[in-house]
Structures are given as C-alpha cells and as structure tokens.
Ligand binder design. Structure first.
Ligand SMILES: Nc1ncnc2c1ncn2[C@@H]1O[C@H](COP(=O)(O)OP(=O)(O)OP(=O)(O)O)[C@@H](O)[C@H]1O
Length: 778
C-alpha cells in the first residue's frame, strides 16, 4: 500500500471494468484514462451577495484509477462539497471535473449512476425498511440479478457484522445503521467508491476490516476509492493523501512521501506542520498584499507604476521556506488567483486539465443542453413505485389516517354546516295585550279582526323562541345585552289599524300604515342568523295573511306582494347551503390532502439525504416525480371514493349529472394538488416550511375560488384573481354537474377539465425547472 499510484498494476477482472478502462473519444478512437477523478481549478461558493462564502478555491485533485485516495481536512473545509460535485449532485461555479473520463451528469459518463457507489455523511436510509429490503431496493435501482443481490447480502452481512437482515433500519444502533449505509455503497461493486466518513461510529476492529476490504477492492479489483476521514492515522493505508484546508488541497502525496517531506513520524504531525506552514505563508502573503497595495497606491499617486501586487506577492511566496511538494505549486497559483481576485473561466480550466479540445467542447455542449429530459427507466421506476407503496403500507396507522381523513372532513362539514339554526330567542313586545280590558291572546281561526298580533305570532317557526317583554325599552336592553337576536313590536291598536289598512287599500294614509306595521329591531351582528330570522318572519307573515284571506273567503294571494318564485329551473326551492358548498368542498378536501401529502413525503425524503443517494445511484428526478405521482394517485382514488360515498350516500347530497364525470373532475383536481405539493417540496428544504406553505395556501385558495361564497359577489379585480386560481373553474364545473346535471359538452364543464389539465402541465414543468435549477434533476 505504500507504493505510489504510478507503480500500481491492477488486474482487470470484470467485463464492466474493461469497459470503463477505455473511453471512446469523439474521433472514434479508444484511449485509456488513468485518472478516475480529475479536478482542475475548482471554485465553489454558497450564498449570494454579502452572504457569499467561497468553499472551494481553485482546487486541483488527481485520483488515479485503482487507488485509495484519503481526503483529509478539518471539519468544514469543504470535503463533502467537493465529493458532492464529484458525484454530480452539485456543480462548480467554475473549473472542471472529470469522473471516469467524463463530466459527471453527462449521459455517456454513467455518473451519477451504477459506476459509482456513494456513502453520504448522513444516514440516507429508509428507517421503515429492513436491511434486506434496503439492499433489494438498491438492487432494483441498479437492475441487479436476484441471485447476485442475495449473495451480496450474505457476504456483506457477515463481512460488516450486520444484524439479522429482517431487522428494521430504524431499530438499529447508530453504528449498525452506518454499516448498512456502507453496505449500500459497496453492494453493486462500483468502479468508483466515494465514502464520506465511513468509519465514524465504527469500532476499531471493524474499522480495520473496512480498510482491509477497501485495499482488496483497490488492489485485487482495480476499483478506485475516495474516502474522507477524521481519523488521520487510518488514512496511512491510502495510496494517496489529499490534505485539504480552506477549500484547497495543501498536499497530494503518498502517506510516506508526506511524512518524509515534512520529516514527521506520523501523518497527523505532517498535517499539523503543513497547516502551520500554510498559516504562516498566508499571513506573509496577506502582509505582502497590503504592502503592495500601499506601495501601488503611492506609485499610482506618483503616476510611475512599476509592477503590480501580484508579482510582489508571488515573490514573497516563492521565498517561503516550505517543503517542495506538488501542493505548494497549487497554493502558489491559488495565491495568485486570489490576488487577481478573478475566477478562471470554464474554458481556462479545460485547458488546464490538458484534455483535448473536443472533450472540452463536449463539456461546454453538455452545459448548453442541461435542460434535456431523459426517458424514465422501467426498472428504476418499478423500484421507486414499490418503495413508495411499501412506505405507505408499512405505517398502518398513517395509512388508515390518510385514506379516511378526507371522508372524515366531509362528514364534519355535513354535520356542522348548512343546517338551520335553532333556539333563536326573539323579544316580543305586544302593546295590543291589555288583560285589564280583556285584550288577551285568543286562538281564533275565522275571519274576525281580533288580536291579529297573537294570530301572526302563531305562524312564526319553532326555530324562534318568543320571549315576551313588557315594554320596548326592556326588550331593546335585552337585545343590547345579547339575550335576544331581535325585538318584534306590535302597536297598541295593531289589529284595528290593520283592518283599516285592509279596507282602505290604496287610500290608506301614512299614519295608519305605520301603526299597522310589525316593527322589528334585529341584532345583525351575525349575518347568517339575521338572514334566517328575517326570512322566517316574512314567511310567517305570508302564511298568516294567506290563511286569514282564505278564512275571509278572499283569494289568498289578493293584496299580497305580487312577486312569486315558481319552481326553479335547476335545483329545488330552498336548496340547502350544503348543496351549494358540497362541490367546492369535495374539490378542496381532495386538493389540499394531495398538496400536503405530496409535499410532506417528498421534502422528508430530500431532507434525510435519501433523494441524494437515489440520484447518485442513477435515478432521475423525472422518475422520482412519476413514482411519487403514481403512488399518490392511488391514494387519491381511495380518498375520492370515500368522499363521494360519504357525500352522496351518507348525507344525500344529490348529483343530478354524470357521476363518473364528477369523479373525473375531482381526480384531476387531486392531480393538480399533487403537482402543487411537488412544487412546494421543490422550494422548501424542510417539512415545516412545506407544511406552512401548503397550509398558508389553503385559506386564500378556498375563499377566492368561490367554495364558500359566490365569485359574483367579489370586486372585479378579485374576480380576475379568482379565475386564475387552479380550483375555480373545476369547482364551477363540478357544481354544474351536481346541481344542473350538465355534461362535458357544456363550456362550463369542459373549461373546468381543460384548465385543470393546463394547471397540471404548467406545475409539472415548473417543478422540473425548479428541480433542475436547484440541481435535483439531470
Ligand atoms: N448548502 C449549503 N449552504 C451554505 N453553506 C453550506 C452548504 N453546505 C455546506 N455549507 C458550508 O460549507 C462549508 C463546507 O462544508 P462541507 O460539508 O463541505 O465541509 P466538510 O469538510 O465536509 O466538513 P465535515 O468534515 O464536518 O463534514 C461549511 O462551512 C458549511 O457550513
């Protein structure tokens, strides 16, 4: 292991290895590529503006094929960032990377894909899977034969001392989980293994056998390994050590050369010496920069420039007494780069790599076509769908909750909303009553004009409780205190005045009209109750008047207001509020369940690093989206069926149109919800923000889309917004099917369908664009 990589002779044992050893260049000739990974002038920063923070600064790295490359460095120096760029999960701001002869992310590179095995720092495993299911899942992703999967499971279980394979990952200890994660990276025997701190939480014995295994992989099978570790001494077993600090490689040598060059007995001491030298050089460079700046300023003032700060700084660097390693050359050029404060362009980096112009052109060409979609693979899609179902069914409680929740919500809606209020107290002040003069309520039903106030009150619906008050001021005080919803007042000679008004007809005078009136003061603080009471009191008068006319042998309608609502064209008289709201409610329940479920599942998978691991394994974002949509769609079928059963059968909401059409419109909206959920998930990095965003969208969407109030009641500008919402047209369409029995040939119905489909496509395209921008797609 102490030999240099150049001395390595590797035996090519497998067909796949043979394939990877050669690379067909654009001219058609084949050439061997000795480097598994080449990084040149890599620059990478996070954040923007004032928060911009450079992580990689002009980093060069060379990993020979068949070698073990130990990447060492303090926490936060950028090791994981570098690895994620190598596996194609992040892209550099400038500079170039070749992995196994190609730029990661290009279709011909196979990276991300089965050519690499990646063990990220985070666990990135499905807790609800058993060890066996975990390996089988990745086996399906890599399209491996069952016999191979079984033999690898057996081998890795004994080699890594894994617990029984039917144990759930979530029940394993931290160390055991990391070993399973390691097994996943090794499992498909990739050409290039990238392991981010594989030995953390692993006991010394197992750590040793892990390193032995890595050495065997490299020596016997010619596989390349890049490994990061905080245990510097264990990296002695690596072929090459890359010592990283502040986004740069300070040294890239064999462990022995490093110790020899620094005249130190251990790697740890060598690293320490290197860091101290670097720190010293940095301060000297900084000092010389400020000197040069002062000098330049003076020179500029004298208008006699004699060279620039760069040359001066270089001079200082070259004078420093540091060991002559390859890295010092890198540091030297980096110093110049930072003094120039210019990052090299991609094309410069290509030149630095020493790769042919055609390869450079290939890289540039690839960058131009980065929005091209790849076709989904059946086996990967199968693995994803299977995984999604397993995850759904494994948590039975959550599974039942997910399916029953929409039906439960629909039930709550039907039980609570739309029913007539009862027990509404109304104060009655009847000045007609005067027991001392024999004026008490009677129960006459004939044509006599006697105590008509009492006769009217008998027609008032039971939902209103009449509370008698002695005088109007007491009754109004009770109203102010909220004891009654309103006060009905009859004047002293109500019946007599009413009789005069009836007999005089059009010639009745105003005084008479006012005295024959039933006066009502309402507490209109509750609009719904107000509307109900007004309606019932008016209806009571209609019924009273018509009955009285009938008793007097007159035509009942005579003298009553000449407006009559006949049988409605659609629906029935007094359509309950629930029937108006039901279509909007069905759609919003299904829509928002789909939004929150999809967003939640997707974000949590991304957060746990599972998505990254799958993407590095070669799964494409399109496949992940399709897999999610298929899984969520089957949930949607169950949810929609239960909601319809609940609405139509349990609560008798009538559907006058084609039920299949109603279900179809609802499905489409569920699909729109899933796509919106995916879009939320692409924006949000954690479940909380995804949940917040989906909940925050709930109220505006439902209110503006006309679920609870007719859009016609909104101001014109809001109406425009309402019609641009994804739910509005679909709710209108469903209402037309439910209440009017209209079919797909009606514009109101087919517009709902067309606009839902348009939303689905727009949201999916938006998702893919965001995912691509955020580097979650390739
Ligand atoms: N997505 C991100 N956004 C902003 N900063 C980030 C992001 N990822 C990493 N960083 C920052 O970049 C720096 C390098 O992080 P990185 O994970 O590459 O370090 P590391 O060398 O792997 O550290 P460790 O050994 O502790 O894992 C850190 O300061 C980290 O806070």
């Amino acid at each position: 292991m102490e030999k240099d990589v150049e001395e390595f002779t590797v035996s090519i044992s497998s067909h796949r290895r043979h394939e990877s050893e050669t690379n067909v260049n654009p001219s058609g000739s084949s050439r061997r590529i000795d480097q598994a990974v080449l990084v040149r002038n890599a620059n990478k920063s996070y954040g923007v503006g004032k928060n911009r923070c450079a992580i990689l600064e002009g980093l060069d790295m060379t990993v020979k094929r068949g070698s073990i490359y130990g990447l060492l460095g303090a926490s936060g120096c950028g090791k994981t960032t570098l690895l994620s760029c190598i596996v194609g999960r992040r892209s550099l701001n400038s500079g170039d990377i070749l992995v196994l002869g190609n730029e990661p992310g290009t279709p011909e590179s196979g990276v991300p894909g089965p050519r690499i095995g990646y063990m990220p720092q985070e666990l990135a495993l499905y807790g609800d899977f058993t060890i066996k299911e975990t390996l089988q899942y990745f086996g399906r992703i890599y399209n491996l034969r069952t016999a191979f999967v079984d033999s690898q499971l057996e081998f890795l279980s004994s080699f890594l001392d894994l617990p029984p394979s039917d144990r759930y990952v979530k029940t394993l200890s931290g160390g055991q989980q990391r070993r399973v994660s390691f097994a996943v990276a090794l499992f498909h025997e990739p050409e290039l293994l990238i392991l981010d701190e594989p030995t953390v939480g692993v006991d010394p014995l197992l750590r040793r056998s892990i390193w032995d295994h890595l050495i065997r992989q490299s020596v016997d099978h010619g596989r390349t390994v890049i490994v990061t570790t905080h245990y510097i001494e264990e990296a002695r077993q690596a072929t090459t050590i890359g010592m990283m600090r502040s986004g740069r490689l300070l040294a890239e040598e064999s462990p022995n050369n490093l110790m020899r060059n620094f005249r130190r007995p251990s790697l740890e001491d060598a690293f320490l010496k290197l860091c101290m030298d670097e720190q010293q050089t940095e301060s000297m460079v900084n000092a010389s920069i400020s000197n040069a700046t002062i000098q330049n300023t003076e020179e500029a003032q004298q208008q006699q420039p004699q060279g620039d700060s760069v040359d001066y700084a270089e001079g200082v660097v070259s004078q420093t007494d540091v060991a002559e390693t390859s890295v010092h050359r890198q540091r030297h050029s980096n110093s110049r780069g930072s003094i120039d404060s210019a990052t090299s362009s991609s094309s410069n980096a290509t030149f630095n790599l020493g790769i042919s112009d055609s390869t450079g052109a290939k890289i540039r060409k690839r960058k131009n076509h980065s929005l091209k979609l790849s076709l989904p693979s059946i086996h990967r899609l199968g693995a994803l769908i299977r995984k999604n179902y397993l995850m759904t069914f494994r948590n039975f409680g959550i599974f039942v909750f997910i399916y029953l929740m929409p039906a439960f919500q629909a039930t709550v809606f039907n039980v609570t909303l739309g029913h007539e209020p009862k027990g509404l107290k109304i104060g009655v002040v009847n000045d007609e009553l005067d027991p001392s003069q024999g004026r008490t309520c009677n129960y006459t039903t004939d044509c006599s004009y006697s105590m008509l106030s009492c006769r009217y009150l008998r027609y008032v619906k039971d939902n209103i409780i009449q509370i008698p008050y002695d005088n109007i001021s007491d009754a109004l005080v009770a109203g102010k205190k909220g004891h009654v919803w309103g006060v009905i007042h009859f004047g002293h000679n109500f019946t007599e005045e009413f009789e005069v008004r009836q007999s005089e007809g059009d010639s009745a005078n105003l005084k008479n009209i006012i005295r024959s009136r039933i006066s009502i003061n309402m507490d209109s603080s509750n609009q719904q109750i107000d509307v109900f009471i007004q309606k019932w009191l008016l209806e009571a008068f209609g019924d009273f008047f018509k009955d009285f006319m009938r008793a007097c042998q007159h035509e009942p309608e005579a003298g009553y207001i000449p407006v009559e609502f006949l049988d409605p064209v659609y629906g029935k008289k007094d359509t309950p509020f629930t029937e108006f709201m039901a279509p909007g409610l069905i759609i919003s329940i299904v829509y928002f369940m789909a939004v929150s479920l999809t967003a939640g599942v997707f974000v949590s998978e991304r957060k746990q690093g599972l998505l990254d691991r799958c993407l590095v394994a070669g799964v494409t974002m399109t496949e992940i989206l399709i897999g999610q949509l298929i899984n969520q769609f089957s949930i949607l079928i169950g949810q929609t069926t239960l909601v319809f059963l609940c609405m139509l059968l349990a609560f008798n909401i009538p559907c006058h149109g084609n039920l299949a059409l109603a279900v179809f419109i609802t499905f489409l909206q569920g699909f729109v919800g899933m796509c919106f959920g995916l879009l939320i998930a692409t924006f949000c990095d954690n479940e909380n923000s995804a949940l917040l965003l989906s909940q925050a969208s709930f109220l505006p969407f439902t209110v503006i889309s006309g679920v609870c109030w007719p859009i016609e009641g909104m101001p014109p500008y809001l109406r425009k917004i309402a019609y641009s919402m994804p739910l509005t047209y679909a709710i209108e369409a469903l209402r037309c099917v439910f209440a009017r029995g209209w079919g797909i040939e009606r514009p109101d119905v087919y517009l709902g369908i067309i606009i839902s489909v348009a939303w689905i496509l727009a949201l999916l395209i938006l998702c893919l664009i965001v995912l691509r921008i955020r580097k979650y797609a390739r």
